[in-house]
Design a binder for this molecule. Structure first.
Ligand SMILES: C[S@@+](CC[C@H](N)C(=O)[O-])C[C@H]1O[C@@H](n2cnc3c(N)ncnc32)[C@H](O)[C@@H]1O
Length: 253
């Protein structure tokens, strides 16, 4: 699936905030030697992790060549690795696995999360943030339009890629010494004419954009955009509020 770093960067501030909040929650830790940022995208958070742990070897891993190219261009001194998170296994256990807004793209969290814990040193940290906004209009309206006969079965939209917080707590607490799971609903203040559409175009809408072409894509988008404008009206002061819930998970092996 292709990613467009420039479209993704349009909302860099609000998109990075949850990742920063997660970095700020990382507890003090003994020596950290190896850190990996899974699904590092364009690398801003990887670079911050490297600043935070200057003694550690810090690598950003992503499957998108275009995102990695931008990361390399912005931070040429850092280590960037092309790879699939599902296949990733470090040569040696690492002290911190960090992942912001990426693991929701992977299936089978019941297997994925324990496998990631397995890649940690004793005392190592797993720090994850994933959107859990799939019931919000930004996503449910997408599915509503996709379920129309013209598009049915063609768009590969998943309804709930991220489970509820209790699932992750129950899954991982037998495997780790400490775990904390929490959610935050961000109320992003967006500007522009169709900011929620612009936002999802870079992320959640990509399966639709890649599956549909020509008139089908146009018809889908015009219906979806009209619905979005009603669900997320622009205020008189030009602000559109976009509530966005995110799940955080911090575990210490
Ligand atoms: C929404 S972006 C987040 C980027 C970055 N972590 C940030 O917060 O700015 C999701 C990233 O996950 C990457 N990704 C999705 N599935 C992946 C997989 N299976 N393996 C590696 N990277 C993946 C995408 O290429 C994309 O760069």
């Amino acid at each position: 699936m292709t990613w467009n770093p420039d479209q993704y960067a349009k909302f860099a501030g609000p998109r990075l905030q949850p990742g920063l909040d997660l970095i700020n929650r990382l507890p003090p830790h003994g020596p950290i030697e190896a850190v990996v940022d899974l699904g590092c995208g364009t690398g801003e958070l990887t670079a911050l992790l490297a600043d935070r742990y200057p003694e550690a070897s810090v690598a950003g891993l992503d499957s998108s060549i275009s995102m990695l190219e931008k990361a390399r261009g912005q931070f040429p001194d850092r280590v960037w690795v092309e790879g699939d998170i599902a296949q990733w296994r470090p040569e040696r256990p690492v002290d911190l696995i960090y992942s912001n807004a990426a693991l929701q793209w992977l299936p089978d969290h019941d297997r994925l999360m324990p496998a990631l814990v397995d890649c940690l040193t004793k005392g190592g940290l797993l720090a994850v943030q994933m959107p859990r906004n799939f019931g919000a209009p930004s996503h449910s309206l997408m599915r509503d339009v996709a379920s129309q006969p013209r598009f049915a079965g063609r768009t590969n939209l998943r309804s709930e890629p991220v489970a509820d917080p209790g699932f992750y707590d129950a899954l991982l607490s037998p495997l780790v010494d400490q775990i904390e799971v929490w959610e935050i609903e961000y109320w992003h203040r967006l500007t522009g004419d169709e900011p929620v559409y612009e936002w999802v175009k870079a992320t959640g809408l990509r399966p639709v954009l890649e599956a549909l072409t020509g008139d089908d894509r146009e018809a889908f988008l015009s219906d979806y955009r009209e619905r979005l404008l009603k669900a997320y009206p622009k205020r008189a002061d030009g602000i559109t509020l976009f509530p966005f819930r995110r799940l955080f998970l911090l575990a210490k092996r």
